[in-house]
Write a protein that binds this ligand. Structure first.
Ligand code: NOJ
Ligand code: CA
Length: 700
C-alpha cells in the first residue's frame, strides 16, 4: 500500500523574517530566521532547546561565499505522508511523514544568486539540506567548506570515534563533549590508514545524551557527489561545526548547478529505544529507480575467511614478495601449504552451506596477487579475473549450482581504485559467467588516485558507480573500508551492507572490541544502514590457534547469537570456521534458524554503551526472535512478552549459564525449551558481556 498527499503553501511576504514549523505530532518546532543576513535555525523538542540558534552556510573557493548578505525571496511549506515498503529490512512498512519548510534566499554579490535551504521536520527529528538551483550567476563552483552548525544546549555525554578521512575502525570513547580528544581516541596501532584532521574532529553518526535524558543523533542522509561530513567540537560553546573531507588538493566538492547537498540529520527522543527505531535517515533518501529488484535477496553466508584472520589459513598461494601481474607464471609458483581458497576447501564449505541452508559462501584469496597486495601503494595489484592454480572456478561454480548455493565474490582493491575502475566490467562479467550474485569489495590502504581519501568526493562517486554498475549486472554489494552508510540502500537496494566501522575481525588479531562495542554500534554506525559485522564466533579465545595469543572476542557464545537479532543486516555471516560450528551443534541451531529479513521490529530496552534488547518478527513466518546483549556489566532484565502477536509460543532460549563470563568462562551456555504466554514477563540474566537469543514459534 502506497499513498501520499502533498499540500503546498507559498508565502510571498518578503518582510516576514522569522518562520516556524511543527512536526506532524507537534512535539518538535523548527525555527528559521535571518540574523544580519545570515541563515539561522533552531530546534526544540517538547519546547526544550535541542539545537540553539545556529548559522548555516557554505564557503566557495573561487567565488563569493554563501554565508551572509541574504534576503528571503520566498518561503514554501508543505506536508508529506506516505507508507512505503522496503524490499528488505527491519520492517515491511515504513511511514514517511514530515512537514517541510523550503526557504529561498537571494544574495547580491554583486549580481543576484539563489540558495535554497530545505528543512523536513518529522516526528523523530529534523533533516536539512542546501540546494543550488540552476541560475545565471552560478554554474560551476567549488566548495571550500560547509558551515552547518549544531549549537547544543550543554556539555552532553558523547559516544565518539575520531574524525578520520580514511577510517572508522576505532573503538568508541564515552566522554563529555568538552572532553573530546580525537588524538587520544586514535591511539591505535592496528588501523592501517589514518588521517586525522585534528584533536577536536569526530565522526558521525554521532550519539549524544543530555543531562535530562534526551538522546540526540547527528548524521547525514543520501551522501552523493559530495564528501563525507565530520564535526568539529567547539568546546567553549558546546557546538558542532560541519567539516567536509578534502580531496588531494584540499578542495571539498566540484559541483555544477542544479545541485542539492546530502541531508544533515538530527534524530531526537527522550527514549533511547526510539533512536534505534527511527527511519528518518532512510526516509530522507530517494526511492529506488531500479525497475527490477527481484534478484536482490537477503542472505546468510559462511566463508573461507576467519581462518585467514586467526592465522590458520592464508589468502596467498605462495610466499613471494615481488609480484608483477604481467610477468609472473603462477603455475611455477611453489604453494605455501596454507592457502585457504582451494577447490577442496571451497567444496567443503559449499557442502556445509547446503546441509544447513545457508544461501552463500564467501571465498577470499581465490585470485592471484595476495603475495604482495599490501602497503606498496602500487597501481597494479589484482586483476579480479585470474584464480590461483588450486582454485577451479568452473568446477566450483557448477558444484555450487548443483547444491543450490551461491558463491560470494571477493574484490579486494587494495585501495588502488583506478585499477578497479578499469577492470570492474570484466570482473562483473566473470561473476555473471560463473553465477556469483554478490561481491564483497575492500579498500585496505591509502587510496589511488594518490592523495584522495576514502571519504572524499571522488571516492563517494566511486562507491556510487560501483553499486550502479553492479545493478546492471544484477549484483549485490557488501563494501568494506568504504564510506559509512547514509541510508542509500533505499535508493540502491543492492548496496546491502558495508563494514565502515570496527568489525568482529579486530578481535582475532588486536586488542579488539571492548564488551560495550556492540551496545554502541546500533546508535552510531548502524543509524546509516546495515553493517557486515560478521558475528557468530564460537571459539572465543585465540590461544586455541596460537598458544601465545592473548587475544579473544570480548563476549560469551550467547551474546554472539544475540547479535544476529541486535545488529541488523540483510547479509549476515556465520563467521567462525565450520569445524567450530560442528563442535557446538545445539548453539549453532540458532544461527541456522534466525532470519535476515523482518516484517516487524520492536526495540524493547536500550541504553547506548550499556545494553540493547530487540524483538523482531520473521518476514516469512510467524516466528518472533529476541536478542539481548550487555556490556562489561552482568545485568538482569524483565522482558514483557506483550509485543507478541499470538497468545502462546514454544520458546527456545539460548542463554548464559550462571557461571558464564566473557573473560573466565566465555563458551558456557544453556539452552532451554518451554511454552510461554504473551501475558508473561521473562526474567533474563546476562553474564558480563553476555547475551541471550530467543526463538518463539506460535502454538495453536
Ligand atoms: C579487511 C576486511 O574487512 C576483511 O574482511 C578482509 O578479509 C580483508 N580486508 C582482506 O580483504
Ligand atoms: Ca576492515
Amino acid at each position: 500500500m502506497r499513498y501520499y498527499f502533498l499540500l503546498l503553501f507559498t508565502i510571498n511576504i518578503l518582510t516576514l523574517n522569522a518562520q516556524q514549523i511543527f512536526s506532524p505530532d507537534k512535539k518538535f518546532d523548527l525555527n528559521f530566521k535571518l540574523v544580519d543576513g545570515k541563515p539561522v535555525y533552531s530546534l526544540n523538542f517538547n519546547k526544550q532547546a535541542i539545537i540553539k540558534e545556529s548559522t548555516l552556510g557554505i564557503d566557495l573557493t573561487d567565488q563569493p561565499d554563501f554565508i551572509d548578505g541574504f534576503t528571503i525571496e520566498k518561503i514554501d511549506t508543505s506536508t508529506f505522508f506516505e507508507n512505503w515498503n522496503p524490499f528488505w529490512g527491519e520492517q515491511s512498512v515504513i511511514t514517511n511523514n514530515y512537514r517541510e519548510l523550503k526557504v529561498t534566499l537571494s544574495q547580491q554579490v554583486p549580481d543576484k544568486r539563489i540558495l535554497i535551504i530545505t528543512f523536513r521536520l518529522f516526528n523523530d527529528g529534523l533533516g536539512f539540506r542546501y540546494e543550488f538551483p540552476q541560475q545565471n550567476n552560478l554554474n560551476y563552483f567549488v566548495v571550500k567548506e560547509e558551515h552547518s552548525t549544531f549549537a547544543l544546549s550543554g556539555d552532553h555525554k558523547t559516544f565518539w570515534i575520531p574524525g578520520d578521512y580514511d577510517s572508522q575502525e576505532y573503538t568508541y570513547t564515552t566522554s563529555l563533549l568538552s572532553e573530546v580528544d580525537a588524538t587520544k581516541g586514535a591511539n591505535f596501532d592496528d588501523i592501517v590508514t589514518k588521517n586525522l584532521p585534528g584533536a577536536s574532529y569526530i565522526q558521525t553518526p554521532l550519539m549524544l545524551k543530555t543531562n535530562d535524558g534526551i538522546y540526540i543523533n547527528i548524521h547525514e542522509a543520501s551522501l552523493l557527489n559530495y564528501p563525507a561530513m565530520y564535526v568539529r567540537v567547539d568546546k567553549n560553546n558546546f557546538s558542532l561545526q560541519s567539516h567536509l573531507c578534502p580531496d588531494a588538493v584540499g578542495n571539498k566538492a566540484y559541483l555544477q548547478t542544479p545541485f542539492t547537498t546530502p541531508w544533515r540529520s538530527i534524530v531526537v527522543s527522550d527514549k533511547a529505544e526510539n533512536i534505534l527505531e527511527s527511519k528518518l535517515i532512510l526516509n530522507l533518501n530517494e526511492p529506488t529507480k531500479f525497475k527490477d529488484v527481484s534478484w536482490i535477496k537477503p542472505q546468510k553466508y559462511i566463508g573461507i575467511w576467519w581462518g585467514m584472520h586467526v592465522g590458520t589459513m592464508s589468502w596467498n598461494y605462495g610466499d613471494l614478495n615481488n609480484v608483477n601481474l604481467k610477468t609472473i607464471d603462477w603455475s611455477k609458483v611453489k604453494p605455501n601449504g596454507m592457502h585457504g581458497a582451494t577447490t577442496e576447501n571451497t567444496k567443503r564449505y559449499i557442502d556445509f552451506a547446503a546441509k544447513y541452508g545457508f544461501n552463500s559462501v564467501l571465498v577470499e584469496g581465490w585470485n592471484v596477487g595476495w603475495e604482495d597486495w599490501f602497503g606498496k601503494w602500487k597501481e597494479e595489484v589484482f586483476d579480479f579475473l585470474t584464480p590461483y592454480p588450486d582454485f577451479d572456478i568452473e568446477y566450483l561454480s557448477n558444484y555450487a549450482k548443483e547444491k543450490n548455493v551461491k558463491l560470494i565474490m571477493h574484490h579486494e582493491t587494495s585501495a588502488s581504485v583506478t585499477n578497479y575502475e578499469r577492470r570492474m566490467d570484466d570482473a562483473f562479467k566473470l561473476m555473471n559467467k560463473y553465477g556469483y550474485e554478490s561481491v564483497k569489495t575492500g579498500y585496505v590502504g591509502p587510496i589511488i588516485p594518490r592523495g584522495e581519501h576514502h571519504d572524499s568526493q571522488w571516492m563517494i562517486n566511486h562507491f556510487t558507480r560501483v553499486v550502479e554498475k553492479a545493478e546492471k549486472y544484477n549484483i549485490c554489494v557488501d563494501s568494506h573500508e568504504s564510506v559509512r552508510l547514509t541510508g542509500l540502500h533505499r535508493t540502491y537496494p543492492n548496496w546491502m551492507a558495508a563494514e565502515a566501522a570496527r568489525g568482529n575481525e579486530f578481535n582475532a588479531w588486536s586488542n579488539g572490541n571492548p564488551p560495550e562495542h556492540e551496545t554502541i554500534l546500533p546508535f552510531t554506525r548502524f543509524m546509516g544502514g546495515p553493517m557486515d559485522y560478521t558475528p557468530g564466533i564460537f571459539q572465543i579465545k585465540m590461544d586455541y590457534y596460537k598458544p601465545e595469543s592473548k587475544y579473544q572476542v570480548h563476549t560469551t557464545i550467547a551474546k554472539q547469537l544475540a547479535l544476529y537479532v541486535v545488529l541488523y543486516s540483510p547479509l549476515q555471516m556465520a563467521a567462525d570456521l565450520i569445524e567450530n560450528y560442528e563442535r557446538f551443534p545445539d548453539a549453532f541451531q540458532f544461527i541456522v534458524d534466525v532470519p535476515v529479513d523482518w516484517s516487524e521490529t520492536k526495540v524493547l530496552q536500550a541504553e547506548p554503551g550499556d545494553y540493547i534488547i530487540i524483538a523482531r518478527k520473521d518476514k516469512n513466518s510467524d516466528n518472533w526472535f529476541v536478542g539481548a546483549i550487555t556490556d562489561e556489566q552482568a545485568r538482569d532484565f524483565d522482558v514483557k512478552l506483550d509485543f507478541l502477536s499470538a497468545d502462546k509460543y514454544e520458546m527456545t532460549i539460548y542463554k548464559d549459564a550462571p557461571d558464564s563470563d566473557w573473560e573466565k568462562n566465555p563458551m558456557k551456555y544453556e539452552i532451554e525449551k518451554k511454552i510461554v504466554k504473551k501475558s508473561e514477563v521473562l526474567k533474563l540474566k546476562l553474564a558480563r558481556s553476555g547475551g541471550c537469543a530467543i526463538m518463539l514459534k506460535p502454538l495453536k
